[in-house]
Design a protein. Structure first.
Lengths: 572, 256, 146
């Protein structure tokens, strides 16, 4: 039996973007009911792991023009410039709002909010709360959201399908993890805020929940995925675990060193002189890989690595500004950055691509909105600048909350019986999957195969040959995933069936990613193709759209919104 | 993953499936473990390779999401932060104590979520934001000195991992006790210079089952993986609630 | 423009319940050394209870006239009583140290506009005040002053 409930809007995902959207919608419309559905309790959302900061202009020497151009240049001119302009304008207001809601931003002596330097940003515009910014932002948002009685939370509900009737998205079908029962959670508009899909890769800073569920939900509902080939490698993750060592470590003055103890980034010359470590992430990651290839990396059981050197900053500065980095380094790799190098290597961190959205956070499917990492509103283009994404969650979370509510207020309830009937079908599908002993593929090994295929084909440096192999491999993995073998037949808190559903989501995205990457025969931002080492504005200055078909993704293109800043050579 | 050293370890894990088991039972797993694994890695290995029906919660694996608290040999710990090498012969993994068990290593935390909301964990202002503008800078932020920030910062570091609830002997006897994390959070907002809700929260703290149920066991601070020191928060909150009450006696209208 | 979705839409989600196993005590919780300290701390309550009855006895004696009072006071010097006094004294110090210790091992209460003092200074201050009060009280009770 499927339970059904009705709300004005339904938000999927309880991280920064989802919570911001919920607060926006609930505060402006006290009479409206906002459902917040999340597969984990909201404070477990992966926003919690963000470390370095959130960008918005704050100082006298900064301007909207500067923040805008830094972002456009960082995106390798693939960012939509109208979106970027709106973003930089709204960013300071959003971060100030969060301050009003209790976020413990670090302060200057005069009581104003302090900012720090970040890669690719010309001046200090990254707001921070030591080096646990995501944690503080998430908890401030979640705690603030609790004051609104009209935010109705569905904690630990796993959404398996968007319910679309008459061409409008009108709710979701969700599995209540605790009971194993299905719910049709209906609304007149739906917002996806489920985050990225780092777990399609083996070595990632992302937590285990980041399986791209929202991207897959939209993709299956016929919404295209945009720019999936652009995957951000963060230069500094701990070897083995992939745990993030924040860019703020370099923003605060840390160095990157190779096995000759050289500050090798100085040699690569991004035109930032003494601040060589403050290059954008795509370039720094490539530099590290080049060091490995030239034999200048350190080596341990997990392969090559370089080092973050914080020793010259001193214990006091490290404890004041980077206490979490110190805790992580000590706990997870056994080194104390006050006295030793922190081993690091590039690690999958962020998906620039995602569900195709525009400046209003709307997707091409009426009634469906998306914000945060799940969305690709093309703020980040081919490479995101560090500390833009936390702000993006707030700015576009609010936009999505506002516009989805407007949409809901202008439309009527759909046919409940038909929507519930769809959810019944979903319930039957998942019921058949649960404990399905007839399948032959093991979840964990198929996941490993998918991970390896992407790592081999779609890493920092890519080649046509290996990308073609990855595209084939991910296609066959997607097909094989239809035949999963499950053992756990219990209804209550069955995490095996959740893992299966997550894998089914991930294999779709893996294929879309590999196919999108293979088609882009140029090097732009995070997509670096050895066969085509330069950017090709003539032929590839457009967004890639991947539409789902039974035979695999069908690619299409979408124009980049230029107009304010002309594409030029990207030199730092 | 390559490993320099592997050894065999027997791990005892609590199993409970309400559809099948009357009461929780214990199951043993003998597995090869790597020397640099955390306890969580071992649990995940069992889930992936040995017994996919084992249920547990986890996410960030870097000690900040707060999902993976469990009892390790009777002590509440974050499994992602605890090295497996701390246990050379015997490791017994149980769900967090003092919580109803939903399944295997998963506990029911809905009760906690209700307690959490009771302390009004948000900034309370006397005026709406639109009328409050004179208290904000031109950038729209409150002024707060580093010292004022430092006065509550530590209490804002709680990741809601519930280890303190599992350790608290008061919760064990009085499940309604609102508990260390919730009080620390309420106290964190009381200390925040931007907040004007301490009167409301102190009234809550003087109610049944809150700060005065605490009996100074200090267990919460012992087990806290983030050094939040909830015991200090609880004891300071006791003081605050009493001072606030005394003020109310002396200044019937002037008090908060 | 349509109104709010449905009257019942604000209700908490219809979450289902499943049968749970009852909460368990932390395993062998009495075995940990710090729990033993806690139990000891709790046990000092017995000593204070006894001390309370001693005070009651003295008050009773006061009501029965000067002879009874002198007798009662005199009996406090009995060796058994002396042991009890020592025990009470130790308990008091134990509870005091524990309370002050847990009050602010890392954090201080807000002290108005004043900058926070180093924890050691605060602790020093507390113990000095405590010692001073104890001394003052002893002097008053032994009739050395007032």
């Amino acid at each position: 039996m499927v339970q059904s409930s009705r709300h004005d809007i339904v938000i999927v995902g309880g991280g920064a973007a989802g919570l911001r959207a919920a607060i926006q919608a609930a505060e402006a419309n006290p009479d409206a009911s906002v459902a917040l559905v999340s597969k984990v309790y909201p404070m477990r959302s992966h926003t919690v792991s963000a470390e370095g900061g959130a960008a918005a202009i704050a100082r006298e020497d900064d301007s909207l023009e500067l923040h805008g151009f830094d972002t456009v240049k960082g995106s390798d001119f693939l960012g939509d410039q109208d979106v970027i302009q709106y973003f930089v304008e709204d960013a300071p207001r959003e971060l100030a709002l969060l301050e009003n809601w209790g976020c413990p931003w670090s302060r200057n002596d005069d009581g104003s909010v302090s900012t720090r330097a970040f890669g690719g940003m010309t001046t200090k515009r990254t707001w921070y709360a030591t080096d646990k910014v995501g944690f503080h932002m998430l908890h401030s948002l979640f705690q603030h959201s609790m004051r609104f009685p009209n935010i109705v939370r569905y904690d630990e509900f796993f959404v398996t399908k968007l319910l679309v009737e008459d061409g409008v998205c009108q709710g979701v079908a969700a599995l209540e993890i605790r009971t194993g029962e299905f719910h049709a959670i209906l609304g007149r508009a739906v917002i996806l805020a489920t985050g990225g899909a780092g777990k399609i890769f083996p070595f990632t800073t992302n937590g285990t929940i980041k399986t791209g569920d929202g991207m897959a939900l939209a993709y299956r509902a016929g919404v295209p995925l945009k720019d999936m080939e652009f995957v951000q490698y963060h230069p500094t993750g701990l070897p083995g675990t992939g745990i993030l060592i924040t860019e703020a470590a370099r923003g605060e003055g840390g160095y990157l060193r190779n096995n000759k103890d050289e500050r090798f980034l100085v040699e690569y010359d991004y035109g930032v002189g003494d601040k060589a470590e403050l290059g954008p992430r795509d370039m720094v990651s490539r530099a590290i890989i080049q060091e490995f290839e030239a034999g200048r990396g350190f080596e341990n059981r997990y392969g090559n690595y370089c080092a973050v050197d914080l020793r010259h900053l001193g214990e006091e500065h490290i404890d004041a500004k980077l206490p979490f980095v110190r805790e992580l380094a000590r706990t997870y790799i056994g080194v104390d950055p006050v006295h030793e190098y922190i081993p690091i290597r590039p690690v999958v961190h962020y998906m620039m691509g995602g569900v195709d959205t525009d400046i209003t956070a709307a997707t091409p499917l009426p009634g469906l909105y998306a914000a945060g990492e799940v969305a690709c509103g093309s703020l980040n283009g081919a490479n995101r600048l560090g500390s833009n994404s936390l702000t993006e969650c707030l700015v576009f979370g609010a936009v999505a909350g506002r516009n989805a509510m407007d949409f809901a207020r202008g439309s009527a309830d759909g046919d409940q019986a038909r929507l519930v009937a769809q959810a019944e079908e979903e319930a039957a599908r998942v019921e058949a999957l649960r404990g399905n002993g007839k399948g032959s593929e093991q979840i964990s090994s198929l996941r490993v195969e998918m991970n390896s295929a992407l790592e081999a084909g779609c890493g920092v440096y890519r080649e046509q040959g290996t990308m073609a192999v990855a595209a084939d491999a991910t296609r066959s993995i997607r097909q094989r995933a239809a035949d999963l073998h499950l053992k756990d037949t219990s209804k209550v808190f069955n995490t095996e069936v959740i893992s299966a559903l997550e894998l089914l989501n991930m294999v779709e995205l893996a294929e879309a990613l590999a196919v999108s990457a293979l088609h882009r025969k140029e090097s732009r931002g995070a997509h670096t193709c050895r066969d085509y080492p330069t950017r090709d504005d003539q032929n590839f200055l457009y967004h890639t759209l991947a539409h789902r078909t039974e035979d695999g993704p069908r690619l299409d293109r979408k124009d980049v919104n230029l107009g304010h800043w002309e594409p030029q050579e990207r030199k730092y | 993953m390559m490993a320099e050293e592997a050894r065999t370890l027997t791990i005892e894990i609590t199993r409970f499936d309400p559809d099948r088991d009357e009461v929780p039972k214990t199951q043993e797993y003998e597995i090869q473990v790597q020397d640099d694994w955390k306890v969580l890695d071992a649990i995940n290995y069992i889930k992936d390779e040995v017994d996919p029906s084992l249920s547990h919660r986890w996410s960030c694996r870097m000690a900040v999401c707060g999902s993976c608290g469990m009892m390790l040999n009777g002590e509440p710990k974050l499994t992602c932060k605890t090295a497996l090498s701390d246990y050379d012969s015997k490791l017994k993994i149980e769900p967090l104590a003092n919580f109803p068990i939903v399944r295997d290593l998963v506990v029911d935390m809905d009760g906690f979520m209700e307690k959490f909301r009771k302390v009004k964990p948000w900034i309370v202002r006397a005026k709406e934001r639109a009328e409050d503008m004179e208290n904000l800078s031109e950038k729209g932020t409150f002024s707060q000195s580093p010292a004022q920030l430092a006065s509550f910062k530590q209490f804002s570091m709680c990741i809601n991992c519930l280890l303190c609830y599992a350790a608290c002997p008061v919760i064990a006897n009085e499940p309604e006790f609102i508990g260390p994390a919730a009080i620390a959070l309420g106290h964190r907002y009381n200390l925040d210079t931007r907040d004007e809700g301490d009167g409301q929260r102190n009234a809550i703290f003087r109610g049944e089952g809150t700060v005065f149920s605490c009996s100074f066991a200090n267990e919460c601070s012992e087990v806290c993986p983030k050094n939040v020191d909830p015991a200090a928060a609880v004891n300071q909150a006791k003081l605050g609630a009493v001072v606030d009450w005394a003020k109310g006696l002396i200044l019937p209208r002037g008090g908060a | 423009m349509a109104g709010a979705a449905h009257p019942e839409a604000m209700a908490p989600p219809k979450k289902g319940a499943t049968r749970t196993a009852p909460p368990r005590m932390p395993g062998s919780w009495w075995g940990a050394p710090r729990i033993r300290t806690y139990l000891l701390f709790g046990a000092t309550g017995i000593i204070y209870l006894l001390a309370g009855t001693v005070v009651l006895r003295l008050v009773w004696a006061l009501g029965n006239g000067p002879d009874a009072w002198d007798y009662a006071l005199g009996s406090l010097s009995h060796p058994l009583y002396l042991i009890f006094h020592a025990l009470t004294f130790v308990s008091l110090i134990f509870v005091g140290v524990r309370a002050f210790g847990t009050m602010m091992p890392k954090m201080q209460p807000r002290n108005g506009p004043f900058p926070p003092l180093p924890a050691a200074a605060v602790r020093g201050l507390i113990y000095s005040v405590w010692a001073l009060l104890t001394l003052l009280l002893s002097l008053v009770l032994s009739g050395k002053i007032f």
